[in-house]
Design a protein around this ligand. Structure first.
Ligand SMILES: Cc1cc2nc3c(=O)[nH]c(=O)nc-3n(C[C@H](O)[C@H](O)[C@H](O)COP(=O)(O)O)c2cc1C
Length: 352
């Protein structure tokens, strides 16, 4: 049996109906795409990725090991750490070193670093290499002022030769695959990603994530599309229209890690899953909360949860007071109680 084609049964009359023909056509399309995927498996170096892979974006103060765990459970195929400063790593700053801790269950995982000095980036990459993630990602896209002012992140889009030099030296310094996350260009008038991606490919990167979309037939490494993908339909469009090899989800996962399951289900079946119930979202938050407290202690664990909670339970009627209580408390028992009250009050509601 090839990919289930022997399941095909003609109608009782023996003549195929329109539905039968549609079913058969769907199966042929399915077989074709599976064969294509077998031949053109998406790979980052030697890391084989599943069909239409979904990436959790690196996000400072969000994509910590607790959130990565939850997103992974909901079907994110590849995850990243928050970005880590190369300068802090070589100065052995404890908080930054802690960000290098990765677990086998989260593989494949990339550790992302940023910086502006070539030697510091290569040195930091060696330290990252020792932490043994699956790949090392270089941040050439962060637009935050304090990063850009130091010529790091998106600041390097103003100095492509330097960006390429840093990348070349990092690739030479480590034995793990190196990837890059960047933007179309510094601004509307300098969209040079086509040439930049080629230069980065030439010095050995194994995948590139681009915030924004642009096609370049000379790029053979996987291109991961990122930016504003916040529902399953947009996810499919990114694969179909922009021909990306993977998609990366950032903000839409905050408070809603369920989005990975929704997208995967839609990509596999073409059907939308019903939105999660309020109970489901409350249970997700409780799981995240318990892990967060275990990892960081009660106070910090709860503070770290606030960003997720602020994005949860959107659109519920008469929710203001509960939201304020939920975002104010620093006590685990009280917070669990509030989440239980939310579940109870909004029994039967779903999140839209
Ligand atoms: C809170 C927050 C923190 C972020 N931190 C990082 C980071 O550490 N490294 C990085 O490359 N991008 C970072 N980004 C950018 C995201 O990875 C992503 O490129 C951006 O949010 C666009 O994708 P989205 O529209 O799916 O959110 C951050 C974004 C947010 C919202």
């Amino acid at each position: 049996m090839i990919f289930g084609i022997s399941n095909y049964q003609p109608s009782k009359s023996g003549h195929p109906t329109a539905d039968d023909r549609q079913l058969l056509a769907d199966k042929i399309v399915n077989i074709k795409s599976k064969l294509i995927n077998l031949i053109f498996l998406v790979k980052i170096g030697n890391i084989e990725l599943p069909d239409l892979p979904l990436f959790l974006a690196p996000m400072e103060d969000v994509s910590d090991e607790v959130f990565r765990y939850v997103c992974k459970n909901y079907g994110s195929d590849v995850v990243y750490t928050e970005f880590v400063s190369s300068e802090a790593l070589i100065r052995k700053v404890k908080k930054s070193e802690k960000k290098l801790i990765v677990h086998d269950y989260e593989r494949p995982i990339g550790i992302q670093i940023y910086g502006n000095r070539t030697e510091a980036m290569a040195e930091a990459a060696k330290l990252v290499n020792e932490a043994n993630p699956d790949f090392i990602d270089l941040n050439f896209g962060c637009p935050v002022r304090k990063i850009v002012m130091k010529g790091s992140g998106a600041g390097l889009l103003k100095d492509i030769p330097k960006m390429v030099e840093i990348t070349r030296n990092v690739v030479k310094a480590v034995n793990l695959p190196v990837t890059v996350k960047t933007r179309l260009g510094w601004d509307e008038n300098h969209k040079n990603i086509v040439e930049t991606a080629e230069k980065l490919q030439d010095v050995g990167i194994k995948a590139i994530t681009i915030h924004g979309r642009k096609h370049n037939p000379k790029i053979c490494i996987p291109v991961i599309g990122n930016g504003d993908i916040d529902n399953p339909v947009k996810a499919r469009q990114a694969f179909e229209f922009y021909k990306v090899d993977g998609i990366m989800i950032g903000r839409a996962s905050i408070g809603n890690p369920f989005i990975f399951r929704e997208i995967r289900h839609y990509l596999d079946t073409g059907k939308l899953l019903p939105p999660p119930s309020v109970q489901q979202q409350a249970e997700d938050l409780k799981e995240l909360l318990i892990k967060s407290i275990k990892n960081k202690g009660e106070r910090i664990g709860i503070l770290c949860m606030r960003r997720h909670m602020a994005h949860s339970f959107k659109g519920l009627p008469d929710f203001r007071e509960l939201r304020i209580c939920m975002l104010r408390t620093e006590n685990f028992i009280e917070l669990t109680d509030i989440l239980n009250r939310i579940s109870y009050k909004y029994l039967g509601y779903t999140m839209n």
